[in-house]
Design a protein around this ligand. Structure first.
Ligand code: UDP
Length: 312
């Protein structure tokens, strides 16, 4: 049987590159699009010699024309770290809007299944806890996070419209905080920040009092969930994340214990519109994908710390 081809935008990014690896292992042919604004060539270097892997260095916010058959288009390209979307708000809006439009257009032309990498940020600073897919969210459209949140909300809306109007088979993954190897040293998100600081015995930066919560999913579990979603029949959004919830101070203690670091804590100003609590309700994913994240935070942190250790 000929290999099935998956095109993935943002394939050199953190989640994208792990997904490329898993897809290659499973025998798919992979076309990776990335413009390296936040993607990293190192992440995909090992695949460049694989005849089933092809890199297209281009910007998905501009029209994309790719020859040949494509069975799946996975739209992962985005600036996903608050640091990045605060620095590049217009690129963030463009990739969520124009980029999603282009990726949908490509999928339509190829009669491919389309999957959007959406985010828990569509829920904003949630007033419902834990967050279920039926919750519409609490987003400040004109705040500093609005460029990311609203572009992803637009991306979901246009994806559902292509599904309804063009009868396309589309999927929407609402991805909650995910961490693991291949995150950038200077990514800015809390897990790599704390780990890199701990390994350098520098102060661990905690924003606000550190009482805000997040629920952290290890990358291996996330990739498994995304693959299951890609292959299932559901067209409405599905939450993917690990429902074990921690305060940032609890995370700090875990990182200090697991790394054996002597770092102190440095409290900094809480960023504007920083969500106070976040935890996915994954009842839907459990039911329709038979998916349940397996890697506990301590184990995932252990693996991530040892990956960063090798690079420090
Ligand atoms: N945070 C922190 N110290 C850091 C980076 C982030 O205390 O060095 C906090 C941030 O304010 C937020 C949480 O950790 O409450 C998660 O932030 P992250 O940037 O990882 O992503 P978010 O979940 O906000 O999109």
């Amino acid at each position: 049987m000929p290999k099935r081809t998956v095109l993935i935008t943002g394939g050199a990014g953190f989640i994208g590159s792990h997904l490329c690896q898993k897809l290659l292992e499973k025998g798919y042919s992979v076309i990776c699009i990335d413009n390296f604004i936040t993607g990293n060539l190192e992440n995909i270097k090992p695949f460049l010699k694989d005849k089933n892997f092809r890199l297209e260095n281009r910007n998905v916010s501009c029209y994309i024309d790719i020859p040949g058959k494509i069975e799946y288009v996975l739209h992962g390209a985005s600036l996903a770290s608050p640091n990045d979307y605060l620095n590049f708000p217009i690129q963030t809006l463009k990739v969520g809007s124009l980029g999603t439009h282009n990726a949908l257009g490509l999928a339509k032309k190829k009669k491919a299944v389309f999957m959007l990498f959406s985010t828990s940020e569509v829920y904003g600073d949630p007033s419902i806890h834990p967050q279920k897919e039926t919750y519409w969210g609490n987003v400040n459209p004109v705040g500093v996070r609005g460029c990311y949140d609203e572009s992803k909300r637009f991306a979901e809306a246009i994806t559902m419209s292509y599904h309804r109007v063009h009868k396309m088979d589309t999927k929407i993954a609402r991805i909650f905080n995910t961490y693991g190897p291949k995150m950038r040293q200077n990514d800015g998100r809390v897990v790599p920040n704390l780990i890199v600081q701990a390994l350098k015995n520098k102060p661990l930066t905690v924003y606000g009092k550190g009482q805000q919560t997040r629920s952290f999913c290890y990358i291996e579990d996330m990739v498994d969930g995304l693959l299951r979603l890609m292959l299932c029949r559901e067209n409405n959004p599905v939450n993917l994340g690990n429902p074990s919830e921690f305060t940032i101070m609890q995370l700090v203690k875990l990182v200090l214990n697991l790394s054996g670091s002597k770092s102190k804590v440095l409290f900094k100003k809480l960023p504007q519109d920083d969500p106070k609590r976040r935890r996915p309700d994954i009842g839907k994913a459990k039911k329709i994908l038979s998916w349940n994240p397996k890697v506990p935070l301590t184990e995932g942190l252990r693996r991530t710390i040892s990956w960063f250790k090798e690079r420090n």
